[in-house]
Ligand binder design. Structure first.
Ligand code: GLU
Length: 290
């Protein structure tokens, strides 16, 4: 099977240091394996798309020398494919309507919803997938294996929201399959979502990519860098220094002579030296991983 990797940013703001780490790691792993590297814009939720952020993300990737292959994919243009997947899951009898509020599930994902046995009368419903009582094991190339009991830990998750938007879980699985992604390297905030995604892949008879989850990069207060906690946008005028900092965090320390070198030179070196086993396994934020 040929290697196809990807970077799949949500355009809710400019890239920050944490997302750059994911972009660089997925790029290096693909290139070091003579693979292709695709970019997918996860603009699934139009109100959350920050104006100008798609251009800012692409410009940033370009400035860091992270040139992608083939056309970009936009989730906002993939409604038909998500509908087909939903129709298949419905045909398999796995989907049910649920009128419970998001808050009820946020407080407890295993909240005892009775919508499966008492279908709601309301028109505005979310569609959930029933999860079986089975263990799913993922052999993560960075963190190691994890086993999750789907019904007891994940709980029936939403595939289509009340506002008709498809969920990230469904879209990511459908799009990874469409783009024939063989390897997913991404942040470990998505580590616990992976067993549910592999379950969807099984239901839809898709190939299962190999997964590797990167340590979360935290700020000085130990919080995950994210647009929500206002992680600083990257200063593109400092791209070479930022790239060598990224490589350092990934355990691929650049020789001193290369630290201020143009990004293309640093990347060319990093491709030849890339060793995924050197990527630290430990989360910097211990609470993120319990
Ligand atoms: N769109 C997600 C994000 O920006 C990443 C999804 C994925 O890599 O599966 O955090």
């Amino acid at each position: 099977m040929s290697y196809v990797g990807r970077f799949a940013p949500t355009p809710s703001g400019a890239l920050h240091f944490g997302s750059l780490v994911a972009a660089v790691a997925s790029y290096l792993d693909a290139r070091a394996n003579n693979g292709s590297w695709l970019v997918r814009i996860e603009d699934l939720d139009p109100p959350r798309t920050a104006p100008g952020s798609i251009d800012a993300i692409l410009c940033c990737l370009d400035r860091f020398g992270l040139h992608w292959d083939g056309p970009l994919m936009f989730q906002s243009q993939r409604q038909g494919a998500y509908l087909d997947a939903l129709a298949e899951l419905t045909k398999q009898g796995r989907i049910y309507a649920c009128s419970c509020s998001r808050a009820q599930f946020q407080a407890n994902p295993l909240y005892n919803c009775t919508c499966l046995t008492n279908p709601p009368a309301e028109k505005e419903v979310a569609l959930r997938i029933t999860l079986p009582s089975i263990n799913v094991t993922i052999n993560d190339t960075i963190i190691g294996s994890q086993t999750q009991h789907l019904a007891d830990t994940v709980g029936d998750f939403v595939v289509q929201r009340k506002d008709q938007l498809f969920s990230y879980q469904l879209a990511v699985v459908v799009d990874d399959a469409e783009q024939k992604i063989s390897h997913v390297i991404r942040g470990s905030d998505l580590y616990h979502q992976t067993p549910a995604q592999t379950w969807l892949q099984r239901c839809l008879s898709y190939n299962q990519p190999t997964y590797g989850h990167l340590p979360i990069i935290t700020n000085d207060q130990g919080q995950k860098l994210s647009k929500q906690n206002l992680a600083a946008a990257l200063d593109l005028s400092k791209a070479p220094a930022l790239l060598s900092e990224v490589l350092e965090r990934l355990g691929q320390t650049t020789p001193c002579a290369l630290r201020q070198a143009p990004v293309e030179e640093q990347l060319a070196w990093a491709i030849t030296q890339w060793d995924i086993t050197k990527v630290p396994k430990r989360m910097q934020d211990p609470n993120a991983f319990v």
